[in-house]
Every structure is written in structure tokens, then in C-alpha cells.
Design a protein around this ligand. Sequence first.
Ligand SMILES: [Mn+2]
Length: 296
Amino acid sequence: MLLYTQNNSKFAYSLEENEFKDSNLDKDFNGKNNYALLGVPFDSTSTYKVGSRYGPLVIREASHNFERYNLTFDKNLDLPFYDLGDVEIVPGNLIKTCCNIESTVKKLKDHNLTPIFLGGEHSITYPILKAINAEDVTVIHFDAHMDMIDRYMGEKYSHATVMRRVYDLNPLEIIQIGIRSCSREEKIFVDKKNIKYYSSKDVYSDIKKIIETIDGIDSKIYVSIDIDVLDPSFAPNSGNPMPGGIDPFQMEILISKIAEKEILGLDLVEVASNQLGDVTAINAAKIIYDFLCLKS
Ligand SMILES: [Mn+2]
């Protein structure tokens, strides 16, 4: 922080530019990967509520609501990370936007920086994982929806088909958590392909079983969080709100287990609000804030 100022257009506790330049963050820092945060203000394939283009803005604004000290985990947010701003998107053109995201992630990889992305709609997960090279990665996917349909109204690339495109990248495993909506074809597909999914009811009735599954992962992990995994009472302004979701305490428990593992990247998508102090954005910012504290 420079001269006791803060920059609300960046995520809270991000290094300032001068600190970033002095920190060797673009080198392998203490032999560990460091984190870079980026926004993707893109929502052109949204099927219901638009507005996730404002997600990065409202999540960053909401992040300034939290103390550096995280009482829940008894940790300070001391992790050196830098909010690089937003990826240049091409409104209405998912393919060009995906190319920009893919090139950005490849550059971050060259600098040993682990990406944390703020969506934007869910389709942005595909180019991130394409750039990371998903083949030896377990993908943990929090969502109300499976997003496993092959085509949405004939479209191969859409926020509604994103996990099917991720499946095409041949990751080690996909584990879905919080699911409570899909088509019959998607259900048949995940059963046939042995894709593990836990419904939001499973989270309420047997969270221990899910924790055991996370504990048992011995590969690197990529985490994709659609904010609609939370119940609409906690996240009303998501792209496709679906009743019967998990609550922020359950999310805290699950994210704390996941943060014990080696994380190759994380995205949090589908926050569709254009209001300051929005509860969906606050809950989204809290998940990112918890993760950064846990990794501190
Ligand atoms: Mn969803």
C-alpha cells in the first residue's frame, strides 16, 4: 500500500504496481507459485440474466469490505498477489475472447503465476483449462448446473456447454459439487462417463463424504465456481439462479479443504450484478478472500 491509499478498482490487498515491480512476483518466488488475479467482463452467451460483464467490478468493490485478518481461519491475507486488471474481451465474440484468455494464461504460466479469474460468464473456464493443459488435472466444479450438454440451441461453445468442452480436454477427473439441475441427456452422460457429482442435498446430508473425496485427490486441481452453487438467498444475482443451493458455511468448509491441495488455477463466474454492495458480489468476494487467506 502506497502512502496509506487503496485502489478500489483492484481486489483488496492486491500489491500495488510499485510493490509488484519490487517483489520479484514475476519470478519463481521462494520456490512457490504466486497468484495473479484477472477479470473477464464478458457475458455474450448468457441464456437468462445478463450482467456478469459487471462481475469483476462488483466483486473487486465488495472485496474491500473484509479485514486483512480472517477470524474464521485465524490467518492474515499476506499472500503476495497482483490484480492485473481485466483481459481484453471482444463483445459478442466468444471465440476471439477465448483466444485472448488462452494467450493471457499461457503468459502467466511462463512467469509461474497461478491465475484467479473473476467472470464474466462460465464459458471462460474452457480457454483457461486449455492453456493450463488439463490432462493431469482434477477439475472441481461448483455449480447448480452440470453444464454438460454437447450443444445449446445448436451452439457448441456457450456458458451452458462449458463443462462438456472441459470434458473434451480430457482432464484426469471432473468432480461436480452442488448440482441440482440438468437435462436427462446430461444425467445419462455423466453416469456413462463416470463423472462424479454431488448434489446440493448431498452437501447438506453428508459433507464428510465430499471432504473424503477431496482429501483423496492426489493430482493438481483446477477449481471452477459458478456462484449459483450458493442458494439464491445468498446469491440472487447470478446468471441462472436455482433454488435449493448450498450455504456460505458449507462453501467455507469445502474451500478450506481444497486450499490444502496444489491449485493450478481458480475461476469464480456468473456474478450478474451492477450494484455496489450487492450480496451476490459480497459472497463471491468472500470465497476469493477466504482462498487467498488460506493460501497465505
Ligand atoms: Mn450454473
